[in-house]
Design a protein around this ligand. Sequence first.
Ligand SMILES: [Zn+2]
Length: 244
Amino acid sequence: MSDSQLAGLLSVQDLDVSIDQHRHRRQTLPERDELRAIDTQMDSLKAQSDRVTGALDVIARRESELEAELSATEQRAATVSRRLYGGEVSASRELQAMAADVETLKARASELEDQGLILLEEREPLDMTIDELAVQLGSLDLERAAVLGRLAEAEDKVDGEIASLIRDREESAAGIPADLLANYERLRARLGGVGAARLVGNHCDGCHLTLSSMELDRIRHLGDGEVFTCEQCSRILVPSKPSS
Ligand SMILES: [Zn+2]
């Protein structure tokens, strides 16, 4: 293995680390946290809105029942009144009974009207709450769209950087023998993204352990085509200042 091929492998390693970091940054863009926070807030407001809508539906049902009963009561009162004053009935007992009926029906109608007013009072604050929730949800929706826009911009920027790094990586990898590259990929997958490490001074930069003087001697006198592997971490170890 030539020195330049090993140096090329280190370039590939550095670029792979950089690509991994960029992908991680893409996954953890702050806009994603902002979106999650907005969605949580919107979910909670929607749940609140659903509860209030449910309460309003109950009131609406009671209102329509009241209105139906009120209208029936008023019609009945009108019908009895017409007969009472229509002159067709002359028996005084019957007339008295009818007058009593009209009174009872009018009392019932007034009671139903009072109940309607109570329902109206119950409805007003709920209507206001629904309006307030709609305003809050509307402004969160706008905020969400703005964050989505910023997220797309940030993603595009990182994607551009990743594409450029991948092109550099392809260039650096082009000169490396396929079996060395395959070995590197296997090690990289197994060892947390680092398959090739520099020898820095007398220690492996992959596992940070010190090499024995025998190992150091071997790595300094590698023949052509030989690849040195760190005995501690199994990574491909590349001398940072290869002897020429
Ligand atoms: Zn090592």
